[in-house]
Design a protein around this ligand. Structure first.
Ligand SMILES: Cc1ncc(COP(=O)(O)O)c(C=O)c1O
Length: 411
């Protein structure tokens, strides 16, 4: 089945093949972002508008990737683009603080009660690294507790003996591992890259309390999840993290990350404070990104989020029903407007369950959907933007229905 899908893909996308060969001459593997690669080669996308992408062969796709959850309003969101253009016209970036940075920081502090101050970076990865440094600096401890399947960016937060890993949703394991050497617990409100696995009710509140009782910081990584509620998932889950990591949507489509949190912690990075923890970066808080980000968040109010989450719930039900009709073992997990289609009948509560359930059907489903005009991630994560319409929903459900029928012939 996979071979025949690949043959069809090769026939349908000759110009993507040429683009891939050209790219591979100068970019290792023809890409510059490992996660975006899939066999036989990724599509070469030339244009994005709203929830629609066009590839170099002229095929049109419904976008369910949205640059891995960062394009909350879809591609080329006109108000955000206009704000970025205005920021460029103003000079783009200066070695001096700017009102646009303060505007976005204000907005984040207003939306998220645990955030009093903000420090900007260029990516979620850099925000994680900064939080790790800050936690070590203020506690004088070296180790960090993280969850198996948790993703905090593409850089390691410490050496092997500095990182203690426990299964997600396992409070007993957290209790055992939370020694006096742990500077901080890093957690996502749900495992994102680890398979869109929700946290069990009350789990993260207990983790936060445990961390504090043992003198460690509780760092909540909302790089993906901030989109799910006006105050992020922490609002929905009743959490008050010491530090919050942000990225993706806060840059309005441009590269931006941020660490926010309690004033007493953030002020440790203030350059006018004796013995402060220095934090620099040539492009920190680039004006195009903070301006586009502020406009993006302005247009992401409670009702827009509610609509997105409802679309996602409908899509979750429709995909599950289509799989059921085809007799395929499929589970669709969801957190707000982010979903994961698992090609197995499971109720995953940790990353091990997701790994065990990963089947070769995954790649086949991904290619089958691309051939049906639906752009998804190779691992099965999909997410919605506010540009998504009722027509898009119908097309996507039709595509999954066809793809599942096709796949059902080979299981
Ligand atoms: C939860 C989480 N944290 C951190 C990151 C890293 O962000 P960036 O890719 O901007 O470095 C990601 C990226 O996918 C993420 O999902």
């Amino acid at each position: 089945m996979l071979n025949s899908l690949i043959s069809e893909y090769l026939m349908r996308t000759p110009h993507s093949a040429i683009a891939h060969r050209r790219a591979a001459a100068v970019l290792p593997g023809g890409e510059t972002r490992s996660i975006t690669y899939h066999a036989p080669y990724p599509l070469s996308i030339v244009k994005g508008r709203g929830a629609e992408l066009t590839d170099v062969d002229g095929h049109i796709y419904v976008d369910l990737v949205n640059n891995y959850t960062s394009l909350i309003h879809g591609s080329m969101y006109a108000p955000a683009t206009a704000s970025a253009a205005q920021a460029l016209a103003d000079g783009g970036v200066f070695a001096s603080p700017h009102r646009y940075q303060v505007d976005l920081a204000d907005m984040l502090a207003e939306r998220v009660p645990s955030i009093e101050q903000v420090r900007f970076t260029n990516s979620g990865t850099e925000a994680s690294l900064l939080a790790a440094r800050l936690a070590r600096h203020v506690t004088g401890r070296k180790q960090l507790l993280v969850f198996d399947g948790g993703y905090h960016g593409s850089a390691r937060l410490g050496s092997e003996h500095e990182i203690v890993t426990v299964p997600y949703n396992d409070l007993e394991a957290v209790q055992k591992a939370l020694s006096e050497d742990i500077a901080a617990v890093f957690a996502e409100p749900f495992l994102g890259a680890g398979g869109v696995v929700p946290s069990a009710p009350g789990f993260l509140r207990e983790v936060a309390e445990l961390a504090r009782s043992r003198g460690a910081l509780f760092v909540l990584d909302e790089v993906q999840s901030l989109r799910n509620d006006v105050s992020g998932e922490q609002g929905r889950l009743g959490l008050q993290p010491d530090l919050t990591l942000m990225g993706k949507i806060i840059g309005g489509g441009m590269p931006l990350g941020a660490m926010g949190g309690a004033r007493r912690l953030l002020e440790v990075t203030a350059a006018n404070r004796p013995g402060s923890l220095p934090h620099s970066g040539t492009f920190n808080g680039h004006l195009t990104a903070v301006a586009a980000g502020a406009t993006t968040l302005q247009h992401l109010d409670a009702s827009a989020i509610e609509r997105l989450n409802q679309w996602a719930e409908s899509l979750q039900g429709a995909i599950a029903a289509a799989a059921d009709e085809a007799g395929l073992p499929v589970t669709v997990t969801r957190a707000g407007s982010i979903l994961q289609v698992h090609t197995a009948a499971i109720t995953p509560t940790n990353a091990e369950h997701v790994r065990e359930a990963t089947s070769p059907l995954n790649s086949a489903l991904h290619l089958a959907l691309l051939l049906e005009g639906v752009y998804t991630t190779p691992r099965g994560m999909i997410n919605l933007s506010t540009a998504f319409t009722a027509d898009d929903l119908s097309s996507v459900v039709r595509a999954y229905t066809h793809a599942f029928r096709l796949l059902s012939y080979c299981v």
